[in-house]
Design a protein. Structure first.
Length: 146
């Protein structure tokens, strides 16, 4: 008797962040992987049973990346440059890692630049990791298998 192949779901804690083709750092959390098509309604004169619903532009919320602070300050430098008016848009990927070390899914973002950097909460009575947050505005997402 042959058994069917198992297709277990991927685990959400195994991911990488690439920007310009380089793995940037070990992030603890990524949020904002979302795409939504807005809907525009149109009421036609004399037609009272319903409104037409037409697809509008796609919208993509900002990506929010969280990581433990390290000596490497390339993300802070990128944000500082944008704050000074030197905007360098970069492409990147959020890569979900499957079994082993191979990429299972990849969400590619284009034309990103940092719009918000948040430093860690510092408390003398706490022994938690200092976490910084970087928020990226971007022009869109695409999803690719591997």
């Amino acid at each position: 008797m042959a058994l069917a192949a198992r297709l277990d779901p991927f685990l959400g804690f195994r991911f990488l962040v690439e920007i310009q083709g380089l793995i940037v750092a070990g992030f603890t959390e990524v949020s904002g992987l979302q795409a939504e098509v807005s809907v525009q309604t149109y009421a036609e004169g004399g037609l009272n049973a319903y409104e037409h619903k037409l697809p509008g532009p796609a919208r993509y919320p900002n990506l929010v990346l969280k990581r433990g602070m390290t000596d490497v300050d390339n993300l802070w430098s990128w944000h500082r440059d944008v704050a000074r008016g030197v905007v360098e848009r970069r492409n990147g990927s959020i890569v979900l890692v499957g079994d082993g070390v191979q990429a299972a899914w990849r969400w590619n973002f284009v034309g990103a630049y940092p719009v918000k950097w948040t430093g860690p909460d510092l408390r003398a009575e706490s022994a938690t990791v200092a976490v910084e947050t970087l928020e990226l505005a971007h022009r869109g997402l695409s999803k690719a298998l591997r």
